[in-house]
Unconditional design. Structure first.
Length: 264
């Protein structure tokens, strides 16, 4: 019988809305509404929020969108099931990787990520419960292969996209120079580009003249940022001139007059 699968469409539709919201928040550099704690912003601003340069939220949008399309399209139940199960299996495997990253590497809980993980489990569970009497041959093997491929893709992407450590002495000297010459680095704890800027300095990031602009942070100084007219994050104030966006170490050295040569 050719008919839409409304239950599959509703569950995957919820995932589409969630992924689209997270993608928008990342693109617009706005804080994420996290029902429990601030773990969502920590995850969004971490390097684990993208794989091979692709935002994880965009991958989620593609995953949920494909299942939504399968659910809405009139098709024979057995054929839809044979295609949807491997996709759902890949989603559960990916969610498992994301959960380990959050809990073990970032040591936070992103409640929206938990909701997404539960949706992937619910989708796979729905499909398993409603499996046809005679499943298409090889469906379970394809599901296992899709799950393994998702795990390999994510782990490989995270390993290959690990940031290159900066030259420690140059980064530390530059950070001290910026502080000593009165430079200011305005940002917010949830800002992905602020995290990228700090990552360029490695351990020397602690020496930067950083000013937190979000009032929700324990070290927030929103009044200072407002008085400075900060409109975007990160914003640098060097020698009385304003620069918005991430700057390389070499750019910061040139703009601030730091003369030590880099070993890179």
């Amino acid at each position: 019988m050719r008919s839409p699968d409304l239950r599959l469409a509703i569950l995957s539709g919820l995932g589409v809305v969630l992924s689209a919201y997270l993608l928008y928040a990342r693109a617009a550099h706005v804080p994420v509404y996290c029902p429990a704690g601030g773990g969502c912003d920590v995850v969004q601003s971490s390097r684990y929020a993208a794989v091979f340069g692709i935002p994880v939220a965009l991958l989620g949008l593609g995953y949920y969108g494909s299942l939504l399309a399968l659910g809405l399209r009139p098709a024979p139940e057995d054929r839809r099931w044979a295609v949807a199960v491997p996709v759902a299996g890949a989603g559960v495997a990916a969610s498992a990787v994301f959960t380990v990253v959050q809990r073990v590497l970032l040591q936070v809980t992103c409640s929206l990520c938990v909701v997404s993980a539960l949706l992937t489990v619910a989708l796979l569970g729905l499909l398993i419960v409603r499996r046809p009497r005679r499943p298409a041959a090889g469906t379970w093997r394809w599901t296992a292969a899709a799950a393994a491929a998702a795990v390999v893709f994510l782990i490989s992407g995270y390993r290959l996209s690990a940031p290159t450590p900066p030259d420690a002495s140059f980064a530390a000297g530059l950070a001290r120079h910026l502080s000593a010459t009165g430079a200011k680095f305005y940002g917010a704890y949830w800002c992905p580009h602020c995290a990228d800027q700090k990552a360029l300095f490695g351990d020397a990031a602690a020496l930067l003249p950083y000013i937190e602009c979000d009032p929700r942070s324990p070290i927030g100084q929103p009044e200072v940022c407002a008085a400075a007219g900060v409109r975007a994050y990160p914003t640098w104030d060097i020698g009385g001139r304003r620069y918005e966006g991430v700057l390389s170490l070499q750019e910061l050295a040139a703009l601030s007059g730091y003369r030590q040569e880099t070993s890179r």
